[in-house]
Design a protein around this ligand. Structure first.
Ligand SMILES: *Cc1c(COP(=O)(O)O)cnc(C)c1O
Length: 338
């Protein structure tokens, strides 16, 4: 399995740290909880899409592209990191934003990731919830081609076999770090949405025969649907890698108990998780993905799923820029005057 066979640009501050979370572990009283800091990938406030974009922008440049098109929710972290990667490589960037979360909150509409997209020179267009976003991207690509440009379409979340290679690379990186520090990882927990992160991780861990299960905490889709989607991309990614073995469906697990009212809708458990990570560890989660992912981890620990002494790694996929879009969720009272 040689990742250097694939076109790639370097965007990521790697390796990202793999650190113990002592105070959080003590507070929960269960397993030893570690964190893989992919919130620190370094590109315009970081996050998991940066790893995927190393291969996606690599492929775009190899194809001679001059204009990258992608899509996401209004507060997409993926769009923000794509805008940054495109800016760094001198590519134009147009992002199609689906109004997936129903709100008129001015912070949601104009702060957080959207503000950063604007700063990085990304052209933004908005679409109503339920729009066939892939079809809109393809229509735009056809228009740009007619106008003499060379567009490259990156799917939502950067989740195809090219993007998932970024998480194959992360799996290898984490195994190397764990070996160097003598850390035997029992389980990995991560948020899962468009599936590329979990699929790449499972493909990489399986190709390396690591024997480390991955639990995905769904932020949107029901369990069965999420597991089917992750499995399909894991199999396709393993094939792209040249891995000859079969990917057993039993390797894919998604938990949908943290979705709550739906994608991007805050839950009490997410708010508790964001406050625990920030107040105990000084680590910032986000309201849409890593906050719900951490809520899933906390719920699993409280339910006794992991035993004392086990080592559980939470893959922190980033997203803290999204906190500024959810000010009203967290700051409900004014700071008292002295
Ligand atoms: C996109 C995203 C995820 C989900 O990763 P997928 O590869 O889409 O499943 C998790 N956390 C954050 C912060 C994200 O932006």
């Amino acid at each position: 399995m040689q990742l250097s066979r694939f076109p790639r640009v370097r965007l990521c501050h790697a390796p990202t740290p793999l650190e113990p979370m002592k105070r959080l572990s003590d507070a929960l009283g269960g397993p030893e909880i570690w964190v893989k800091r992919d919130d620190c990938t370094g590109l315009a406030s970081g996050g998991n899409k940066t790893r995927k974009l190393e291969f996606l922008i690599g492929a775009a440049l190899a194809a001679g592209a001059d204009h990258v098109i992608t899509q996401g929710a209004h507060q997409s972290n993926h769009v923000r990191q794509t805008a940054a990667a495109a800016a760094k490589h001198g590519l134009k960037c147009t992002a199609l934003l689906e109004q997936r979360v129903e709100t008129n909150d001015p912070d949601y509409l104009g702060n957080g990731n959207v503000l950063l997209d604007e700063l990085m020179g990304c052209t933004l267009r908005t679409y109503p919830a339920g729009t066939d976003m892939q079809a809109e991207m393809e229509a735009l690509a056809a228009d740009l081609q007619d106008a003499g440009e060379t567009p490259y379409v990156i799917p939502g979340g950067g989740s195809n076999t090219t993007g998932a290679l970024g998480y194959v690379a992360c799996a290898y990186e984490m195994l190397g770090q764990a070996e160097a520090m003598g850390l035997a990882i029992d389980h990995i927990v991560t948020a899962t949405g468009s599936t590329g992160t979990q699929a790449g991780l499972v493909a990489g861990l399986t190709a390396a025969n690591a024997g480390i299960p991955v639990l995905g905490i769904s932020v949107r889709a029901p369990k069965e649907k999420q597991e089917a989607n992750v499995l399909a991309l894991t199999r396709a990614t393993a094939e792209t890698l040249g891995y000859g073995g079969a990917i057993d469906a039993a390797l894919i697990e998604a938990d949908d108990t943290q979705v709550g009212g739906g994608y991007g809708v805050p839950t009490p458990a997410m708010i508790e998780a964001v406050r625990m990570f920030s107040s105990l560890e000084g680590i910032l989660l986000d309201p849409v993905y890593s906050g719900k992912g951490a809520a899933g981890l906390i719920a699993a620990v409280r339910a006794g799923r992991f035993t004392k002494g086990q080592k559980v790694v939470f893959l922190h996929t980033g997203g803290s820029a999204g906190l500024f879009a959810y000010r009203s969720t967290f700051m409900q009272e004014a700071i008292p005057a002295s």
